[in-house]
Design a protein around this ligand. Structure first.
Ligand code: PLP
Ligand code: SF4
Length: 360
């Protein structure tokens, strides 16, 4: 277990030595991980480290955040910019792919570095954080585009910024009248719940635009008591929570794990929003699930899981073509105007029915 002082909620393990002394890596891994850790930063918040069972070689949190030698394997279909952020970036740090909303990558650092991160070539402590000048250029762009209804703060992780800096960003965005919604994509509520302070909540909620927070969470073990309390701070102050989950082999690619996760999210008042098919980021092949397997999981969940707990299965099409739902389809439209729909048990029915509940 971690040896560091737990009275500092924001303490992080950031080196191979830290992980070895916390029993999260073996001394023997030092050599094999040299290449991986020289490329991709490590950050394991002590809060998450405490949730890892170091006796379990398949611990689902460890698998997501402890570096692994398989990260040095890059397959030909992998790409440093798997979802084409660069092709839609009119201003540094801003991505405008859909007419009504932009991403603002205000900060490139994260509380935790996920080993499957889709932006792993861009995020990191030495990453390209937007300077004040870049941010100004971003605000100017947003102000000049009245079709921008929503600004999505992402990164990196925007909730790693100080409440004071966030307050300034919110002040500028709120001054742009056509920005009605500000959405924050973050892993902080589960990674470092101690950062969700009253000061932060006040900074987020005090102005005109409606604020949504999308919490990235991939396994029920991440929803600790402290994480739930952090979530409560948002919801009790009127900030709705959405859930974002990445489908990851060896972490959550089975029915039981997803079922428990999505139910736990709902009871924490997080509405599961998207289940992301993993992106083709370099060195992430060991996390990849096939689309077929993903569809099969969603299909099984549809029959057994409450609708409010079931997210939409999404693929971000490589090359910057955007996100689309890739879940199973149930309706097969026929040329003669009738449709054949499949129920959750795989039985087919004609719609509209020629006689009550006719089977196809
Ligand atoms: C994912 C993404 C969004 C947000 O998409 P939603 O479907 O609204 O969640 C917006 N812009 C870009 C560039 C994105 O990649
Ligand atoms: S928190 Fe998000 S941006 Fe940061 S490493 Fe994890 S997946 Fe990537």
């Amino acid at each position: 277990m971690p040896v560091r002082d737990e009275s500092h909620p924001n303490q992080r393990l950031t080196t191979v030595d830290d992980l070895i002394s916390s029993n999260l890596l073996d001394d023997a891994d030092r050599v094999s991980l040299k290449q991986v850790v020289s490329k991709y930063a490590i950050s394991v918040p002590t809060h998450l480290a405490r949730l890892i069972d170091s006796a379990d070689p398949d611990d689902p949190i460890a698998r997501q955040i402890i570096p692994h030698v398989e990260e040095s394997i890059t397959t030909p279909d992998e790409n440093a910019d798997p979802i084409g952020d660069f092709t839609h970036s009119p201003v540094k740090g801003l991505v405008h792919r859909y007419p009504d909303r932009v991403l603002l990558k205000a900060h490139s650092a994260c509380a935790v570095y996920c080993r499957f991160c889709f932006r792993r070539e861009m995020v990191g402590p030495g990453g390209d954080t937007m300077s004040d000048t870049d941010l100004e250029a971003g605000f100017t762009y947003i102000a000049a585009h009245p079709e921008i209804w929503e600004v999505i703060l992402t990164g990196g992780d925007p909730l790693v910024l100080s409440p004071d800096r966030l307050d300034k960003i919110f002040e500028r965005l709120n001054a742009i009248e056509h920005v009605k919604v500000i959405r924050i994509h973050t892993r902080v509520p589960v990674a470092e719940p101690g950062r969700i302070t009253d000061e932060l909540i006040i900074a987020l909620g005090k102005r005109r635009a409606t604020v949504y927070v999308a919490v990235h969470c991939n396994h029920a073990n991440e929803l600790s008591e402290e994480a739930r309390q952090a979530c409560d701070r948002f919801t009790t102050s009127g900030i709705p929570l959405l859930g974002q989950t990445v489908l990851l082999k060896g972490v959550n690619d089975d029915i039981k794990t997803l079922d428990v996760l999505f139910r736990k999210m709902v009871t924490a008042r997080i509405t599961p929003y998207y289940l992301h098919h993993p992106d083709l980021a370099p060195g992430t092949g060991h996390f990849r699930v096939s689309l077929e397997d993903g569809q099969s999981l969603i299909k099984q969940l549809r029959g057994t899981l409450s609708g409010i707990a079931l997210p939409t299965y999404m693929l971000d099409i490589p090359g910057g073509h955007g996100k689309v739902p890739v879940g199973p389809t149930y309706a097969d439209i026929r040329v003669n105007g009738t449709t054949v729909v499949e129920d959750v048990n795989g039985k087919t029915h004609v719609y509209p029915p020629s006689q009550p509940d006719s089977e196809a």
